[in-house]
Design a protein around this ligand. Structure first.
Ligand SMILES: Nc1nc2c(ncn2[C@@H]2O[C@H](COP(=O)(O)OP(=O)(O)OP(=O)(O)O)[C@@H](O)[C@H]2O)c(=O)[nH]1
Length: 340
């Protein structure tokens, strides 16, 4: 029988840097045939288009939360992969930013995958600048993602303050954790792939049932109470906590108007990403990222043939934004030269 395919699960809250890590891996010489599964939460698959690197198979899982609604698709795609004549030598699963990776771990441990897949590592990427600002259910979810990790990348150390980094280390740097501080997920591959350290037994003992309790329990078995403990955890589908809005526009946008519009977004919108047609950059598709109050717009690839459509996905708390108001906000970003 063929050796099991090692699997790395990459998780982390919205915008923490999961795709950045994946791109880093896929642009390195891994010396292996790597397959990638991507789970987006928005209405369209933006993530797979943001992945720019060498991969032997790119599989888009159905849109939705991988731990709540699209498990059947995960099972189907995993079955297909392990039975494929072009079986990969390594599999990386990027969970959406709203998913709890514990569910993926338990799916990978179903009997049909025994001896076919083996979990090598579960990496949780943390936005060092944003983590402590998350509140309520969002903080709870970010902690659940951390709880499953055997490797933590404390990312965005370039924009986080030394105090934020120290506070995170004090709270989460429990003995035995492999915690690496990173800037744009720059970490030696040998520390995150092919490590063979993941201990599902530890997770099983210390996790699934206990995760249903009001407070978070960690690998060390200690109970880390904090100000978020009032949020009693019961598995509420993450697609009930989050909502997405998708905006498309055929006309070129003004960069300055777009920046102004992004600055007015309600704080309930945590994440936006996608591609823009800008009047100032007619030949290139611009890539837009918004994480919390920070945004970045940079030139991407030249446009190919076909429509040059702006496509943006916004993710925020359910009921936290007014779609009509957003439509209005972005429709005024159309470059003046285009407005009749
Ligand atoms: N300043 C800074 N920005 C970063 C760093 N890592 C990633 N980013 C930026 O953060 C934004 C989000 O990064 P992604 O890698 O797309 O995050 P993600 O976790 O895949 O996002 P979702 O899948 O939507 O949850 C992008 O604009 C990245 O360039 C970092 O270390 N420092």
């Amino acid at each position: 029988m063929a050796t099991p395919i090692p699997v790395t699960i990459v998780s982390g809250f919205l915008g923490s840097g999961k795709t950045t890590l994946l791109n880093r891996i896929l642009n390195s010489d891994t010396g292996m045939r790597v397959a990638v599964m991507v789970n987006d939460f928005g209405a369209i698959n933006i993530d797979s288009e943001l992945i720019v690197g060498q991969t032997d198979a790119m599989i888009n899982l159905a849109n939705g939360c991988i731990c709540c609604t699209v498990e059947s698709d995960l099972i189907e795609q995993l079955s297909r992969l392990i039975n494929s004549p072009n079986r990969p030598e390594y599999l990386i699963i990027e969970a959406s930013g709203v998913s709890n990776p514990a569910k993926i771990v338990s799916t990978l441990r179903y009997p049909q995958f025994a001896n076919r897949l083996s979990i090598d590592s579960t990496i949780t990427v943390v936005d060092a600048d944003q983590f402590a600002d998350l509140e309520g259910d969002m903080a709870q979810l970010a902690m659940e993602q951390l709880d499953v990790a055997d490797i933590v990348l404390l990312n965005k150390t370039d924009i986080a303050s030394p105090e934020q980094i120290a506070a995170f280390r004090t709270r989460w740097g429990y003995p035995g954790i492999r915690l690496y501080e990173t800037n744009h997920c720059d970490v030696p591959l040998s520390l995150v792939l092919g490590t063979g350290h993941f201990d599902a037994h530890d997770l099983e003992e210390n996790s699934l049932e206990q995760r249903q309790q009001p407070c978070v329990l960690h690998h060390d078995g200690h109970h880390h109470c904090d100000e978020h403990c009032h949020v009693g955890y019961h598995h509420e589908a993450h697609d009930q906590l989050f909502e997405t809005w998708y905006w498309e526009c055929e006309q070129p946008l003004s960069l300055s108007l777009l920046r102004s519009a992004l600055a007015t977004l309600p704080t309930t919108i945590y994440r936006a990403k996608g591609f823009c047609q800008l009047a100032e950059l007619p030949d290139h598709c611009a890539v837009l990222h918004l994480v919390g109050s920070r945004h970045d717009i940079h030139p991407g690839e030249p446009w190919r043939n076909g429509p040059r459509t702006t496509r943006l996905v916004f993710i925020g708390t359910r009921g936290g934004f007014d779609r009509e108001a957003l439509e209005q906000t972005f429709s005024v970003c159309i470059a003046q030269s285009e407005v009749a």
